[in-house]
Design a protein around this ligand. Structure first.
Ligand SMILES: Nc1ncnc2c1ncn2[C@@H]1O[C@H](COP(=O)(O)OP(=O)(O)OP(=O)(O)O)[C@@H](O)[C@H]1O
Ligand SMILES: CC(C)(CO)[C@@H](O)C(=O)NCCC(=O)O
Length: 420
């Protein structure tokens, strides 16, 4: 069973140029100069950009698909509407509606990803860049360590060449794009309350981006393409899932999340009150309910792992990992005087306990000065960044202009679909 995320996002795109010299469809840098003609529409069918982020735990796929039922007439009506709306849209623009799809797969089950790509015929519909050698097949943007590790596999099984993009470049590009272009992308989460944060695109920088994947990267972002990876920790999402699996026997990440949600960490964690006879240690600002030592109770009780409920173990583990990341993130923000910290990566998965713990850690250590913020498309930063990097190959308007334009519809949060 492959866990798949595939909530489509509506967006428009400009037509692709048919390069008759090569007798094949190509994306040309001057495609926005061309007027509408029906051959160009059909050529676009064969040019569906897609991009991959192949991480240590998960493969993220972002792909564009033209709306199948978009008739010539509909397309023309939409063009007319867009001409009124978009100031730099030339009269000759053809706008075809389509959707941006998101999907994810476990990296350890990469064959499910390959099957999915084949079932959607994506391997036949990637891009050819103008500078690519003529005998090259489909070329796809790919980031993450797996872009190196699995390049031969993609070539061998699908005939697809992975055009590698740097992982940090992509994370930052994806985050900047989402934060600038998508309303309701960023939100705070505390005590069960989710509040969207209005981001002024002209006042976004600097900020700290904390990407919690298998491991954690902390990136100081000063502008578009201007960043430095200032820290990281190997205690991340992979640690939660790996240790959690061993300690609870959960068979899936979702099961572990669900289980830990029902658990009580106080059964295993040693609290300040456990040490102070139920009292706060007020002088140093620690309440009786604060965790003094994660998993600390387990040392003093004559119990085996089996004597603890997996729910409680999962909850303690989630607290441990989230607290630790929240604290390291805050310390890095402090180092650079940043008040804004955005957390991404698939560890978060919109999971309220993780977000709540991270928020409390940031609030506690910063004495309320800094704020943890989360991203609605947290797990797809790298993949979106890789997708956006098609810009370098003359797909600038397709990626930036129209994604931004359509983002005013607010991208829906990706929902889990299950593909059997
Ligand atoms: N269905 C899932 N299966 C496995 N892990 C999941 C799942 N959903 C969320 N996760 C969590 O997300 C983490 C992976 O996040 P993400 O995809 O952002 O990182 P990655 O790209 O795989 O890792 P890295 O960037 O470190 O190579 C996992 O380690 C786990 O904690
Ligand atoms: C190695 C990467 C960048 C791969 O995505 C990630 O897993 C990570 O940031 N790990 C933490 C490594 C460290 O800085 O200790």
């Amino acid at each position: 069973m492959a866990a798949l995320e595939a909530a489509p996002v509506q967006l428009g795109t400009t037509e692709a140029q048919l390069d008759n010299d090569q007798g094949e469809a190509r994306i040309g840098s001057n495609f926005d100069e061309r007027g509408p003609d029906s051959s160009a529409i059909s050529s676009f069918d064969h040019i569906s950009p897609w991009a991959l982020d192949i991480g240590g735990s998960l493969i993220k796929l972002v792909y564009f698909s033209r709306e199948d039922n978009c008739s010539e007439n509909d397309a023309m009506k939409r063009i007319a509407k867009k001409e009124g709306e978009v100031s730099n849209c030339s009269k000759n623009y053809r706008v075809l509606d389509g959707k941006l799809y998101f999907a994810k797969f476990e990296t350890s089950k990469i064959n499910e990803c390959l099957d999915f790509i084949q079932s959607k015929q994506l391997h036949r519909s990637g891009c050819r860049f103008q500078e690519a050698p003529v005998n090259n097949n489909t070329i796809v943007k790919a980031t993450g360590g797996g872009a190196y590790k699995f390049a031969d596999l993609f070539k061998e099984k699908l005939g697809v060449s992975l055009d590698k993009e740097d992982e940090m470049d992509c994370l930052v590009a994806g985050a900047n794009f989402l934060l600038k272009a998508v309303p309701h992308e960023a939100f705070t989460y505390m005590d069960g309350q989710k509040e969207f944060v209005q981001i002024n695109p002209n006042d976004l920088f600097p900020y700290l981006l904390v990407n919690i994947g298998s491991g954690v990267s902390m990136i100081k972002v000063d502008g578009d393409g201007k960043y430095e990876r200032v820290s990281g920790t190997c205690v991340g999402g992979g640690t939660f899932w790996g240790l959690g699996r061993l300690l609870t026997n959960c068979k899936s990440f979702d099961e572990l999340l669900e289980l830990s949600h029902r658990g009580n960490n106080r059964v295993i964690d040693m609290l300040v009150g456990d040490i102070f006879g139920g009292m706060d240690y007020a002088k140093i600002g620690l309440s009786a309910t604060a965790i003094a030592s994660s998993f600390g109770k387990a040392i003093s009780e004559n119990k085996e792992l089996e004597d603890y409920r997996p729910e409680d173990v999962g909850r303690s583990l989630l607290r441990l990992i989230s607290n630790n990341i929240g604290q390291i993130a805050y310390l890095n923000a402090l180092l650079f005087g940043f008040k804004r910290i955005f957390f991404g990566g698939f560890f978060i998965r919109g999971h309220e306990d993780a977000m709540d713990t991270i928020s409390v850690a940031v609030q506690f250590w910063s004495k309320g000065e800094a704020k943890a913020m989360f991203l609605s498309h947290e797990g797809f930063l790298g993949a979106l960044g890789a997708f956006k990097s098609f810009e370098k190959h003359g797909l600038g308007n397709l990626m930036a202009h129209h994604l931004v334009e359509h983002s005013s519809m607010a991208l829906p949060h990706v929902e889990l679909n299950t593909l059997c």
